[in-house]
Design a protein around this ligand. Sequence first.
Ligand SMILES: [Fe+2]
Ligand SMILES: [Fe+2]
Length: 290
Amino acid sequence: MADFLSAYSIQSWLESCPQGYLEGTEYGHRPGEHELSLLLENQVLHTDAIRTTVQLVVGERCALAASSGLINAAPDEASKRFLATQTLDEARHVEVFTHRLYDLGVPKGELEYVIKRYANPNLVKFAEILLEKVDKKDFIAGVVGQNIVLEGMAFSVFEMMYAMNKDVNPKFGHTLSGTIADERRHVGFGENRIGSLIKENPEKRPAIERMQKDMSYFMLATFADAFRQTQALDELDRLGQERVHTEYQGADLGAMQPAEMEHLLAGTVLKEFKTRLGRIGIEYQTPVRP
Ligand SMILES: [Fe+2]
Ligand SMILES: [Fe+2]
C-alpha cells in the first residue's frame, strides 16, 4: 500500500502533471499553436474534425461524471484522493476538447446542440452502462468500467489519433499527448487498486464480466460507425494530398483504408482488455460483433 499511496498521491500528481508535462501549456497545447487552416476551409474535413472532437467530449464528460461519482463510493481515503486528481484531469480533458470545438468555429451558444447532433448513439449507450454502476455506488464495477474499459479504449484511440496528427497538426497532437499521459496514470490506478478488491469480493465477478461484455459491444459499434462515416481520406485523395505515413502498432496508417484501421484499433483495444482484466482476475468476455 505504501507504493500505491505515493504513486497516486496528490503530491506526485502535482509534480508530474501541472508542474510537469502540462507546465506552460494553454488548453493542452503550446501557446500560439493554431488549428490547421485546411480543416477550417474544407467543408468535408471540417465536419469530420467536429464529429471526431464531439466523440472525445462525450467520452470525457462520461469520465468526469464517473470519476467524481466514484469518490464517495471509494472504500479508502487514498482512493478518494486519487479520484479527486482524476476528476480534475477529466474536467481538463472536457475543457481542452470543448475548446477545440470553439477553435473549429463552433459558436459557444451552439455547443450543446452540436454535441447532441454529432454524438454517436452507441458511445452514449456505452457511457450509460458505466454511469449506471456509478449511480449505484458500485465502486468495484465502476472502477473496472472506467479505469480499465473506458480508459483502455480512450488510451488506444488517443494513441492512434496522435500517430495520425503529430506531424500534420501539432496543436491537436500536443493536446492528445498530454491527455495520453493522464490516461496512463488512470489505467494504472485501476489495475493496482482493484485486483485485491475483486479477490475479496468474488461474487461481484459475473456482473462485472457482463458489464465489460456490454460496454465492449457498444465500443465496437462506435468504432464501426466512426470509420464508416469518415470521408476525410477520400477528400484528401480528391485534393491530391499525399497520405501521411505514420506508424501505429507496427502498421503504416498511411497505407490503410478506414476498414483496416477499424480492424487494427478494435484488435488492439480488445487485446489490451484481455491482458488488463486478466491481471485483476476478471475473465474477458467476447462481445457479439455488431
Ligand atoms: Fe480523460
Ligand atoms: Fe482518464
